[in-house]
Design a protein around this ligand. Structure first.
Ligand code: EPU
Length: 417
């Protein structure tokens, strides 16, 4: 069993380079099968969620060449067969295949997707969109059989700006007859990257990145190339490492605009930063101010940085209040932060963090991906040794996290027990 062990309280100095975005790459890969021609995706992060998608592609008999950070996918002879539960539950993004296969073949059979256990994570908006576009959805014990005689564009209002439902609707609408309009669409950069990629292959999508996306259906998509955008959540995680332990730590190859909400909250807290076009230099400082914070869809503060920023809030003077509005169960890290010496109380969807408190290393569990990132940050800033178990959650989403932190002076290693 793999664990991450950290000897904390070491200053972090040097440069960390940000990898391709997990949540963009996991949508671009399924999107690529809409084309019958060769598609190349560059800057893919080397993480286990990508391996799981590669497994689905191979299972569907797509031709895949995956070397280093580049994947070449040729989907002209895919076998559109049922995707079993053992594969679909490996990650959340498996459900992008639901949409891509439906869009391409007007039929798909697969099970409810997996992903971190941070809430119920229903997919009703995706299924509603499929039905509005003309598909028939049959659900039987977590298995979905979705078929359509014709897919016909229509106007779809999403009840909430869901990232998954927005991308899934685009993936089906791209080859539907006529025009689809998605109202109350999610605006995350990952959505823009999928739309740009599909457009480069011949799709006609306008408005991605706004709450109204218009898609004119086309008959076919051509060959494609894209480069995955930098991972804004990985970037935000290392920026937070810099706020906790940085000595002129430089985070490079990021898009500062994509983490503007984090940058502005760090300014409120009182963290000094130098922001370049594609880099941020950041240092640890004293006298941090407590803040109020609420998670929201983009460009609001991302839920995926909620757990990581909690560590910094333990170092701020007074009471910080943080409200999680996206997931019902994204506070599993709090038990372990308190075990390390934090003073955090949970009240329904809010937590109150009273600081500053010294953190002390101990044994903790990464219950989910971003809880794991939070505990890595806590371990880096704590006195003594932190041992994190269930690290496979962390390795699902952060490319070379141990090596990247070692390069800037962290005493962190993977141990086998
Ligand atoms: N929701 C519904 N019905 C739906 C869709 C969403 O009720 O049909 C609600 C649920 O409460 C759900 C929430 O809206 O939990 C967010 O759902 P959304 O569809 O926006 O998220 P997702 O597509 O499941 C992606 C990322 C998440 C990230 C969210 C929000 C991927 C693979 N996952 O999930 O990433 O938190 O968007 O930005 O892209 C992570 O990286 O740690 C992670 C969880």
């Amino acid at each position: 069993m793999k664990k991450i062990q950290i000897e904390g309280n070491q200053l972090l100095e040097g440069t960390i380079s940000i990898s391709g975005s997990k949540n963009s790459a996991v949508a671009l890969i399924p999107a690529s099968i809409l084309s019958d021609e060769k598609v190349t995706i560059d800057n893919i992060p080397n993480i286990s969620d990508i391996d799981a998608l590669n497994e689905i592609l191979t299972y569907l008999e797509a031709k895949v060449e995956y070397q280093k950070n580049t994947m070449i996918i040729h989907s002209d002879n895919i076998v559109n067969k049922e995707i079993p539960e053992s594969i679909s539950t490996k990650l959340r993004a498996s459900y992008y295949f639901m949409a891509a296969l439906l869009g391409k073949y007007k039929k798909v059979e697969m099970y409810f997707p997996g992903g971190c256990k941070i809430g119920l994570r229903p997919i009703d908006q995706t299924l509603k969109a499929f039905e509005l576009l003309g598909a028939k959805v049959i659900e039987n014990k977590n298995k979905y059989t979705i078929t359509a005689e014709r897919l016909i564009g229509t106007n779809i209002y999403l009840d909430m700006p869901s990232v998954g439902a927005t991308i899934n609707t685009m993936l089906v609408a791209v080859k539907a007859e006529g025009t689809t309009i998605i109202e109350n669409a999610a605006k995350e950069p990952e959505i823009v990257s999928v739309a740009t990629f599909l457009n480069s292959m011949g799709a006609k999508i306008r408005g991605a990145g706004t709450s109204k996306i218009t898609i004119d259906g086309v008959d076919q998509l051509n060959k494609g190339f894209t480069e995955v955008i930098p991972d804004r959540i990985e970037a935000g995680t290392y920026v937070l490492a810099g706020a906790l332990m940085g000595k002129n730590l430089i985070i490079k190859n990021l898009i500062p605009k994509h983490i503007e909400s984090l940058i502005l909250k760090l300014k409120e807290i009182g963290i000094p930063m130098k922001i370049g076009t594609d880099s941020i230099q950041i240092s640890k400082t004293d006298n941090l101010r407590s803040i109020h914070l609420k998670t929201l869809g983009y460009p609001g503060f991302p839920t995926d940085l909620q757990q990581p920023i909690t560590v910094l809030l333990t170092q701020c003077l007074g009471d910080s209040v943080l409200q999680e509005t996206i997931y019902e169960n994204r506070f599993q890290n709090i038990y372990y932060l308190n075990k390390m010496g934090a003073n955090i109380q949970i009240h329904n969807d809010k937590i109150k963090i009273t600081g500053p408190t010294k953190l002390v290393g101990t044994e903790v569990v990464a219950t989910d991906l971003r809880a794991g990132a939070c505990l890595v940050l806590a371990g880096l800033s704590a006195q003594g040794t932190t041992v994190i178990s269930d690290v496979e959650h962390i390795l699902r989403g952060y490319e070379n996290i141990v090596e990247k932190l070692q390069t800037v002076g962290a005493k962190i290693e993977i141990i086998e027990i």
